[in-house]
Design a protein around this ligand. Structure first.
Ligand SMILES: NC(=O)C1=CN([C@@H]2O[C@H](COP(=O)(O)OP(=O)(O)OC[C@H]3O[C@@H](n4cnc5c(N)ncnc54)[C@H](O)[C@@H]3O)[C@@H](O)[C@H]2O)[C@@H](O)CC1
Ligand SMILES: [K+]
Length: 514
């Protein structure tokens, strides 16, 4: 699922007429007609649909929709916000048409017969919003929302709800909270991120009337953003070969653990087993080995290490290394991690305490440690760890969530799995995937260790690091969603871990229904 930023939408807006001779009015006619069709399918009764129209092209989309609905004999009326004579050219043209057609137009909210309204369609402002919503618009939105509540009127937005930042998902105070949003070409980034996602309600994507991928090819600042969803994963997952033995399915090595933190590498190892790795070994510091052996499932092999050369020996015949879960933050451990990273060039998934060793990568000595690897490292920090890796505050990262992830993945040449709400996968070329699965039940200790084990297992089974990060990240959340339908909270990381195999099997052979 393609996702567009505000700048990309505005670039398409400019290029459609300039380069391809497609007048913006054509695109608007498509957009408005699509909005009308969606509404007509929803509302067949005698009540009226009210369009809230700003004086930009977002408002004009609504005016087009009102005209089309009139043809379908669905009652419509319009509330005009702002000074019409200062509106965009297309707005003025569309306003002239609806006036000529005699559609009821209100300029005061007090005059609207609210009891006759079935749905409100907000076209106050779309991707053209600059800064915070202005006071007068906030006031209008607040009144409209309270009327909608009073009369049980459903709320729709055109393109993006008024007040939601189309890129970051930040919302102005008194933003419009829609039940549905109808958008064009592709979903806007801001409605895939919180809190914007909650303001958009159910998002319906309609065609724009121009092959926008083609238009965007020449856009310099263009970086792909995609939704990480089931359709994408179905294209990436491959059935296992019928003759694949355990050697063919790869060998994961998990290096982690410290006193009191044995659960982390254990969960990562067990998740690797459940995700289909042919073999899994968990190695912990010498003094933790006995504890590990007493607890771990029999399918996991165990080993221990004392030095970098021990780890080098252990990793020799392995397909992938997961480094960090529960490793601890002792100075000598950090030294081992850095020394090891400088010598080992195979596939690696870095997690948890491995980040502690890397410190602030933007300004510290470790900047450059990961950049020249033959297989880009996969890194799976949560926001706190990412804040430390980048030397930036969590608040600052959240404000520029997607861009922060993208900048880091490009600069460090890594596959970054940024564990937030939602999680992001950023590839070294700047492509971003926003995870569409996941739920609040996932916020428990150990979930990240399971994710590390899952991603590692997919690398072990022969997936490219990019693919493994995408598949692991999505299936981890998707499996948790499946558990979440039965038990909203209280399911454990290990519950996710043991369920993953069934979920993959079901995706590969829907008839299995395991
Ligand atoms: N991408 C495309 O190619 C297409 C875009 N279309 C529509 O065009 C919209 C963008 O239209 P515009 O660029 O005219 O912009 P908008 O209509 O989104 O907003 C412009 C208006 O909002 C006002 N405004 C800006 N910031 C404000 C703030 N903080 N508080 C209150 N008012 C503010 C401006 O004064 C102006 O009146 C899209 O959202 C979409 O609905 C469609 O017509 C289809 C084609
Ligand atoms: K809108």
């Amino acid at each position: 699922m393609r996702i567009l930023t505000k700048e990309e939408s505005q670039y398409i807006d400019r290029m459609a007429p300039e380069k391809y001779g497609i007048p913006l009015g054509y695109l608007m006619e498509n957009a408005g007609s699509d909005v009308a069709q969606v509404l007509a399918n929803h509302y067949k009764g005698a009540k009226s649909i009210l369009f809230l129209s700003g004086n930009g092209n977002n408002g004009a989309d609504g005016l087009v929709a009102a005209r089309h609905l009139m043809e379908l004999e669905i009652p419509v009326c319009i509330y005009l916000f702002g000074e019409s004579q200062k509106g965009s050219q297309l707005f003025k043209e569309q306003l002239h048409m609806v006036k000529q057609l005699g559609i009821a137009i209100y300029t005061s909210l007090d005059d609207i017969p609210w009891h006759t309204i079935w749905a409100v369609v907000e076209g106050l402002i779309g991707t053209g919003m600059k800064g915070e919503l202005r006071f007068q618009m906030k006031e209008v939105i607040e009144i409209v929302q309270s009327q909608c509540e009073l009369y049980s009127i459903s709320k729709w937005s055109i393109d993006i709800p008024a007040g939601v930042n189309a890129n970051t998902g930040e919302v102005s105070h008194s933003s419009f909270k829609a039940d549905y949003t109808i958008t064009f070409g592709a979903t806007k980034q801001g409605v895939c991120l919180y809190p914007g996602k909650e303001y958009a309600g159910h998002v319906i994507v309609k065609p724009l009337g121009i092959p926008f991928e083609k238009v965007l090819q020449n856009y310099q600042a263009y970086h792909n953003t995609w939704g990480l969803d089931i359709r994408l994963i179905e294209t990436l997952l491959r059935p296992r070969s019928a003759i694949a033995h355990k050697g063919r399915n790869g060998h994961t090595l998990v290096i982690g653990g410290s006193n009191g933190m044995i659960g982390a590498p254990l969960m990562a190892g067990e998740a690797s087993v459940h995700s289909g790795a042919g073999k899994t070994t968990v190695a912990v510091p010498d003094d933790c080995l006995r504890t590990l052996q007493n607890k771990v499932m029999p399918e996991v092999m165990t080993a221990s290490f004392r030095s970098v050369s021990d780890i080098m020996d252990l990793v020799k015949d392995k397909s992938v290394l997961a480094l960090g879960p529960g490793l601890g933050r002792r100075e000598e451990t950090a030294q081992i991690v850095l020394e090891f990273l400088a010598t080992y060039d195979g596939p690696i998934v870095l997690d948890a305490d491995a980040f502690y060793a890397l410190g602030d990568m933007a300004n510290g000595e470790t900047n450059g440690v990961l950049q020249s690897r033959s297989h880009p490292a996969i890194m799976t920090p949560h926001l706190g760890e990412f804040s430390r890796l980048t030397g930036r505050s969590i608040l600052d990262i959240q404000k520029n969530y997607v861009q922060s992830a993208r900048d880091f993945a490009i600069a460090q040449h890594v596959v970054l799995v940024l564990k937030g709400i939602p999680s992001l996968v950023a590839l070294p070329n700047g492509t971003i995937y926003i995870n569409m699965a996941g739920n609040s039940g996932m916020g428990t200790g150990g979930m990240g260790d399971v994710l590390t084990g899952m991603i590692s297992a997919f690398v072990a089974q022969g997936y490219e690091v990019n693919e493994a990060a995408l598949i692991g990240t999505f299936l981890h959340s998707y499996t948790a969603d499946r558990l979440g339908t039965k038990k909203l909270w209280g399911y454990t990381p290990s519950d996710v871990s043991v369920r993953i195999g069934s979920v993959i099997s079901e995706l590969l052979s829907p008839s299995l229904n395991v």
